[in-house]
Design a protein around this ligand. Sequence first.
Ligand code: CA
Length: 221
Amino acid sequence: MIYLVEDEADIRELVIYTLQNTGFEARGFANGRGFWQAAEKTFPDLVLLDIMLPDEDGLAILKRLRAAAADLPVMMLTAKGTEYDKVRGLDAGADDYLTKPFGMMELVARVKSLLRRRPAAEADDYEIDGLSVSLPRRRVVADGKEVSLTLKEFDLLAFLLKNAGIVLTRNQILSAVWDYDFEGETRTVDTHILTLRGKLGVCSGVIQTVRGVGYRIGRQK
Ligand code: CA
């Protein structure tokens, strides 16, 4: 799934139309808010970002995306001149840049090339009792079926996996995944563990409750 954030409707429609006609699944958004709402439900495989946007601009979206998925391919769509230079100068962490106006053939070629060079970061892939998780791709497969997680559910699962076999307290989880440094909000952790287990179905047993302490991920007993 390819997401495009572009406030100019003409460009947005043309790009989405072209990508869909080339056989890609693609959705366009006029602003960051719509994009993040969709990403909560289905995380994209590649993102095309305009820079000048209402509210959250493309560089701010890029920064948040990089924090969420370091290896997600991102291409910036930049206007000629200063904007382009700014992005290059900032080295904002995009994988590619396309200067407007651009041709659709060129766009499709760049998209294909970006999708091809996705890394196989096996060190960040996990397999536990029928559950397989790729952290760089944000992909979760439980018992052969792909699982769709929200950003926070995924971050929670990733934190447990990076510490597999270790019991983590609710406060440790809270400060790592939610960035909260105060006690008392630990119900947030319990609620997310509950929905995460629900989504993992037959694999839910890999997340173990350690009474009076917290949670641990490991082989099902
Ligand atoms: Ca724009």
